[in-house]
Each structure stands twice: as structure tokens, then as C-alpha cells.
Design a binder for this molecule. Structure first.
Ligand SMILES: NC(=O)c1ccc[n+]([C@@H]2O[C@H](COP(=O)([O-])OP(=O)(O)OC[C@H]3O[C@@H](n4cnc5c(N)ncnc54)[C@H](OP(=O)(O)O)[C@@H]3O)[C@@H](O)[C@H]2O)c1
Length: 338
């Protein structure tokens, strides 16, 4: 599979490091991937139809703080030029989520590839949250596939579970703790620390978005919920239509007083069917201590899928790291290779 990497940040570099030396991972044996281009926002582009040597590319990116004309495969092409002009089988979209631009420019990247019949693997949830239906229809017209396992809960196969493991069952509702920063902050506040201190901790741990209001105001969870509702429930839920309650004006005494009342405050994202529509909501809820959601700590997350035929199924992701996100991408690449 000849792939283009769009984005060479935390996820892109972790993926490239695994592809550079997959030998420690027995399950990746047989995955034959060649990276023919790597693009970034402002740190240069590499392109080589014969395949980029990933080890040296990672080392020179780290040494110079980006790709430079000194790199043997350096290219002057911008991302859309790479996607519309070069030859490749699939693009891996790993540019940052832009809420203000409602998923762009990632949506244009995905569209450019699908229009040419090239497959897409997205880690960026913007295209799934804002343009799922039209992108899937486009992919069907051109014979391409649009996969996006890493967009929600990193490497946990939530989309594959719904697509392959729940055949014949209709998903009635989804409910989960999907945002690490707010879960971290609520836990820290419960233990007596302040919101700002907790956000700073989450940032040091690499969990919080660069702009933590995206987390605290429920935007990150709303985008994930919309992506899930669209792909798993067949809806057309936009992130801006998800009702959001911010954590910014948190009542600290309420959080700290919860355990004495047998409860914990958790930021819950929920989607349910209402006639022909899907309604979404992100809000802090008091959860009984014996409920599975109350046990989800720190950066972990949980999703409960309720169906008509297969009952309710919960999946928990424990303390993810960048490798688990890269795994979500790799599992999609393996599906494409099949
Ligand atoms: N980190 C996680 O654990 C995780 C988990 C699940 C999903 N995701 C999603 O995966 C994506 C990547 O996350 P990350 O943590 O790797 O982000 P990141 O560290 O901020 O890296 C983003 C990369 O995208 C590049 N980029 C920006 N604009 C671009 C454009 N127009 N064309 C091509 N590349 C562009 C950036 O280049 P410049 O630096 O030059 O701008 C950078 O190399 C995001 O959408 C994120 O939401 C991340």
C-alpha cells in the first residue's frame, strides 16, 4: 500500500517510527506499506515515488525541527498538490482538528483523495463529524474506502465493532466519557486541586488541547459524539447541534461533595434517537459510585452502545498513549491491504 502521510506531529511521527521498524510487532508481519509523501502545515514536504526512508526522515526532522531542502526527498508541493498530482493508494489524514473552520482543511484533503478513487484513513475527526454522509457517498461513487478508526477512542475498535461486530443490530443510543482533559480535571478537583492547576497538569501530560477551552466547553466531546452518531447510528449530527454545558464555571464544592453522597461528577457525552433525528448532549452528570462510568479515571475513556438486538455493550480504553492512536491507523491500513 503506497501511502501519503498528511501531518507529521505526535501521531504522524509515532506511526512513522512503527512503520520504520515494525519487527517488534508480530501482528504487523506481512503489512507492506510504502510512504511516498509526507506533508506538514509549515514544516516542509517530502515526496519519493519509490518510498521515503522513514528512519532517516524522522532523524532529520528531529535534528532540523522540520523537513528542509537538505533532505534528499524534499519537495516544494503543498498538501493539496500532493494529493491531486502524485500517485498513491491511500492518504492518512493526521492534520489538527480545526473546530472554527468546521473540519477544514482536512475535509478538502479527504475529498481530494476520494475524488481520485484513493482510499482515506483519518485520525482527524473533523471530516467524520462535519461531512460523513457526503464523503461516504463520494467514496462509494469512486470505489474508494473512507476509514477512521483512530478518530474516537484512539485504537479501540469502536467503529469496527459497530460495523462488523453488531451486524443486524440497530444502535439506539450512545453514552460515554470521551474527553480526557475534563475527566482528568474532575478527578483532580475531587482530590482538592483547582481547575487551573488541573488543566496545567493535563497539559504537561500532553492530554489537553493547546486551547483547553475546546475541552472544557465540551467541543472535543461534541465533535467525537457527532462522529460516532454519524458513523455508528447513521445520523447527520453536527457538532454545533450537540447541546453543551461548559465545565469552565465548575462548582468546586459540588464536585468535592459528591463522593460523600455516593456519587462522582463525570462529563458525559450522549446521543439518542428522537423520531427521525439524533439528539446529542455533553454535560457534567452525577454518577453513582457503582456505575461503570464512575470507575473511569484520568485519561481513560468509556463508551456504552445500546442496541435493539444485542443489548448494551460497554468498551473501556485504559490510559491510552500515542502508540494506541497509531494502532487505530494501522488497523485501518491492514483493512485496506486485505
Ligand atoms: N494525539 C492523540 O492522541 C490523538 C488521538 C486521536 C486522534 N488524534 C487526531 O490526530 C490528528 C493529529 O494529532 P497530533 O497529536 O499528531 O497533532 P499535532 O502534533 O498537532 O500534529 C499535527 C500535524 O499536522 C500538520 N499540519 C497542519 N496543517 C496541515 C495541513 N494543512 N496539511 C498537512 N499537514 C498539516 C502539522 O504541521 P505544522 O506543525 O507544520 O503545522 C503537524 O505536523 C489530530 O486531528 C488529532 O485530533 C490525535
Amino acid at each position: 500500500v503506497r501511502i501519503v502521510l498528511v501531518g507529521f506531529g505526535n501521531v504522524g511521527r509515532t506511526l512513522a517510527a512503527i512503520l520504520a521498524d515494525p519487527s517488534p510487532y508480530a501482528g504487523l508481519k506481512g503489512l507492506d506499506v510504502s510512504v511516498v509523501a509526507i506533508t506538514t502545515g509549515s514544516h516542509g514536504t517530502l515526496a519519493n515515488p519509490a518510498g521515503i526512508a522513514l528512519g532517516p526522515a524522522l532523524a532529520s526532522f528531529e535534528r532540523a525541527g522540520g523537513f528542509t531542502p537538505a533532505d534528499p526527498d524534499h519537495s516544494g508541493l503543498a498538501t493539496l498538490e500532493v494529493l491531486t498530482r502524485l500517485d498513491y493508494d491511500a492518504v492518512v489524514e493526521m492534520s489538527p482538528l480545526d473546530v472554527v473552520r468546521r473540519g477544514e482543511p482536512a475535509i478538502s484533503h479527504v475529498r481530494a483523495a476520494l475524488e481520485r478513487g484513493r482510499h482515506v484513513v483519518a485520525a482527524n475527526k473533523g471530516p467524520v463529524a462535519w461531512s460523513y454522509r457526503s464523503l461516504v457517498e463520494l467514496a462509494a461513487r469512486t470505489g474508494a474506502r473512507f476509514l477512521h478508526e483512530a478518530t474516537v477512542m484512539d485504537g479501540v475498535p469502536v467503529f469496527n465493532l459497530a460495523r462488523h461486530g453488531l451486524r443486524g443490530a440497530t444502535v439506539l443510543s450512545l453514552e460515554g466519557i470521551l474527553n480526557s482533559t475534563t475527566n482528568w480535571v474532575l478527578g483532580a478537583v475531587e482530590q482538592g486541586r483547582g481547575v487551573e492547576e488541573a488543566v496545567a497538569e493535563a497539559r504537561r501530560a500532553g492530554v489537553a488541547e493547546a486551547d483547553p477551552s475546546l475541552d472544557l466547553d465540551g467541543w472535543d466531546a461534541a465533535v467525537k459524539l457527532a462522529a460516532l452518531a454519524n458513523a455508528v447510528m447513521g445520523g447527520e449530527l453536527l457538532p454545533e447541534d450537540v447541546e453543551r454545558r461548559t465545565l469552565a464555571s465548575l462548582d468546586l464544592d459540588r464536585v468535592r461533595g459528591c463522593p460523600a453522597r455516593g456519587r462522582r461528577l463525570k462529563m458525559v457525552a450522549a446521543a439518542r434517537r428522537d423520531g427521525g433525528r439524533i439528539l446529542g448532549r455533553v454535560e457534567a452528570r452525577e454518577i453513582p459510585l457503582d456505575h461503570p462510568f464512575a470507575l473511569v479515571e484520568g485519561t481513560s475513556s468509556i463508551l456504552r452502545i445500546t442496541t435493539d438486538l444485542a443489548g448494551s455493550i460497554s468498551v473501556v480504553e485504559e490510559a491510552p498513549d500515542l502508540r494506541t492512536t497509531a494502532y487505530g491507523v494501522l488497523s485501518d491500513l491492514m483493512s485496506l491491504a486485505d
